[in-house]
Design a protein around this ligand. Structure first.
Ligand SMILES: *Cc1c(COP(=O)(O)O)cnc(C)c1O
Length: 374
């Protein structure tokens, strides 16, 4: 048979490793199965003997890794009879919640911080018909309000404190191990709420046959005692300097960064992320907004991969730590690119400098415009 079965999403693929039953109605948009792209040009110019891969999660259905968690969270919400979901969001969670709620035929309420959300993400929430509530406050305040209101109204929280989110997101680690046919030596992620670094640690641990506290919390099962691979990567979390509670060692009350997706000062998965760092022998570090934007541009211009600013934080940190030897030569490094660059076109236009000047629509004008720049 020349044909392979149609890919129908990560729950269908990893059903026996996720908390669903055989007859559970799966709410899916074909999420997961994202490319693991090896960086050729950047790695060569770096001149260090490391294999650097980016896992491009921006190619999920709504353009971020949030879809991996959302397919599980919404599937379970529907299974439990919920008619409405709610989340606080810096943008991508709301875009994903809106889309999966539409798919399920239920309502989504999304709380977003006024003025600090990328345009593409807001457009998605509106387009998918979510009830958008803009608050005069930041993500952390939205998160607190969501927890309070969920205690008083029949709505299911689909932020990453929803244990099923982490179960869905752990599948990214499965895919990486399957593609590399081994675990990487280092896995680098941008860290905001710290759910994703926790989820990856659950996934890598599960494939290594090791149970984790976060896995039990998130209702995974520990019946997979036998290991598929013998090692787990060191987990490295990079934060934006103005929004870096893991580097300060304490919560940050007024987080600021151009990388709005990680503009979070009170991470919800604080304890689990510290565990992932400690158990794996990894570390946390910070990147400046300038480094983040420069790396976003580098990746777009040297490799043809366009991620959003927050996503570039993982590669910005990794490149620095490869250069300074903290990540040794010969390492296999995976960086998660959490979201697509098209989410936030404003940031590109703002930095573009002079606007593009039109030329006359004549052969002469176009020819001289080309010859002048060759
Ligand atoms: C949500 C998000 C993050 C942060 O992930 P956490 O699980 O909150 O640490 C990073 N980048 C993008 C693009 C995101 O949408």
């Amino acid at each position: 048979m020349p044909f392979r079965p149609r890919y129908t999403g990560l729950i269908a693929k990893y059903k026996d490793r996720l908390p669903v039953k055989d007859d559970t109605r799966l709410i899916s948009l074909g999420e997961g199965n994202t490319p693991l792209i090896k960086l050729n040009n950047i790695a060569r110019e770096l001149g260090q003997d490391c294999d650097i891969y980016v896992k491009f999660e921006g190619l999920n259905p709504t353009g971020s890794f949030k879809d991996r968690g959302m397919t599980m969270a919404v599937t379970k919400a529907v299974e439990e009879g919920s008619r409405a979901i709610i989340c606080a969001s810096t943008g991508n969670t709301s875009a994903s919640a809106a889309a999966y709620a539409a798919r399920a035929g239920i309502k989504a309420f999304v709380l977003i911080p006024e003025g600090k959300i990328a345009m593409g993400k807001l457009a998605q929430a509106i387009m998918h018909g979510a009830e958008v509530i803009q608050i005069q406050g930041n993500f952390d305040e939205g998160m607190r309000l969501v927890k309070e209101v969920a205690g008083e109204a029949p709505v299911t929280i689909v932020n990453s404190i929803n244990p099923f989110r982490l179960q869905g997101q752990k599948t990214a680690a499965f895919e990486i191990v399957e593609e590399l046919e081994r675990a990487p030596d280092y896995h680098c992620l941008p860290v905001g709420n710290a759910g994703n670094i926790t989820a990856h640690w659950i996934g890598y641990s599960e494939y290594a046959g090791v149970d984790t506290a976060a896995n039990n919390y998130s209702q995974g099962h520990s019946r997979f005692a036998s290991a598929i691979v013998g090692t787990r990567p060191k987990m490295i979390g990079y934060q934006a300097a103005g929004s870096a509670p893991f580097i300060r060692g304490a919560m940050v009350d007024n987080p600021e960064t151009v990388a709005t997706a990680i503009r979070i000062g009170h991470p919800q998965s604080w304890d689990y992320a510290w565990k992932a760092q400690e158990e794996s022998g990894g570390w946390f570090d910070e990147c400046s907004d300038e480094e983040i934007l420069a790396t976003q541009r580098l990746l777009a211009q040297k490799e043809g991969v366009f991620c959003e600013p927050a996503s570039a934080t993982s590669l910005a940190g990794a490149l620095r730590d490869i250069k300074n030897g903290k990540i040794p030569e010969g390492s296999t490094v995976v960086c998660t690119l959490t979201g697509h660059g098209l989410k936030d076109p404003d940031i590109v236009i703002q930095q573009a400098g002079a606007p593009i000047k039109p030329v006359e629509a004549t052969l002469d004008a176009v020819k001289s415009a080309i010859l002048g720049r060759l």
